[in-house]
Design a protein around this ligand. Structure first.
Ligand code: PHE
Ligand code: FE
Length: 296
């Protein structure tokens, strides 16, 4: 961190057990977790490991195994940080919740990953609107152990700082890429489609839906197509995009996006559920259960 965080008034009084600094950063208040908190972690951890067997990508499972998270208690960021530092040089930082976009990008660009310190209540195991510790730690952190994916996240952070300077449209294009890869990405293995997106791996319902439901489209990765595509924040995705490898993701996003943003500014956005003639279609969704509006 560049400057020592300055303690300010804690505005998040509902969660507010810990001091929040001007940057939104907190020290993980590990001793303050309740038995219920640890039990929620244990329940979700055991359940998702079961669901993800044969569904999550081999890379995700290998990375999660290598981290040494266990179900018995909420992991300590300080312990995970020793493992991460050794593997790929990433550092976890405790945060109260979502950060301002530019702060988030700056952290990623410097290989710091913000992790929400608090965990959802027991009655929220199936669904929670905002990212919590389970989503961040179980969903996002394992792939930071993967050298290629770790590099992608750093590059994304640098790209974010740049897009932020270009303007809101560029930022929207880039956010769609994050959504359809980091959060909701699928990957094609020799033995079929698997999950790597953290929004999916941290959700039992979406793990099953994304791979096994007839409803959604499953379409081959196409950078500019994704950057034009609207998405869902309140329902399962209507479309999932499938990469062949993390190397493909890295290569496709290596070019300077500045001319791409300029080109995309001239084009219409694509509704979340639309299939184009130019798409590589693994599955054309039945559209069953889709809300008719509400794409972001
Ligand atoms: N190459 C992109 C740019 O120039 C940055 C980027 C890298 C974006 C990786 C996303 C993922 O803006
Ligand atoms: Fe997330």
């Amino acid at each position: 961190m560049s400057a020592t965080p300055r303690r300010v008034e804690n505005l998040h009084t509902d969660k507010g057990k810990v001091p929040v600094y001007a940057t939104g950063i907190v020290e993980q208040p590990w001793d303050d977790y309740s038995d219920d908190d640890h039990a929620t972690w244990a329940t979700l951890y055991a359940r998702q490991r079961e669901v993800l067997r044969g569904r999550a990508s081999d890379e995700f499972i290998a990375a999660q195994d290598a981290m040494g998270m266990t179900p018995d208690r909420i992991p300590k960021f300080s312990e995970l940080n020793e493992v991460l530092r050794e593997a790929t040089g990433w550092t976890l930082m405790g945060v109260e919740g979502l950060l301002p976009e530019l702060d988030f990008f700056d952290h990623l660009a410097n290989r710091r990953f913000p992790v929400t310190w608090w965990i959802r209540r027991p009655d929220q195991v199936d669904y929670i609107e905002e990212p919590d510790l389970f989503h961040d730690l179980f969903g996002h952190v394992p792939l930071l152990m993967n050298p290629v994916f770790g590099d992608y996240m750093e590059a994304y952070g640098r790209g974010g700082v740049k897009a932020h300077a270009i303007g809101p449209d560029a930022l929207q294009n880039l956010t769609r890429l994050y959504w359809y890869t980091v959060e909701f990405g699928l990957i094609r293995q020799k033995d079929g489609l698997r999950i790597y997106g953290s929004g999916i791996v941290s959700s039992k319902g979406e793990s099953l839906h994304s791979l096994e439901s007839d409803a959604p489209n499953r379409i081959g990765f196409d950078l500019e197509r994704i950057m034009r595509t609207r998405y869902r924040i309140d329902t399962y995705q209507k479309t999932y995009f499938v990469i062949d490898s993390f190397e493909q993701l890295m290569e496709a996003t290596r070019p300077d996006f500045t001319p791409i943003y300029a080109r995309l500014a001239e084009q219409e956005s694509i509704p979340a559920g639309t299939v184009l003639d130019t798409d590589t279609v693994y599955q054309r969704g039945s559209g069953e259960g889709w809300a008719s509006d509400g794409d972001v």
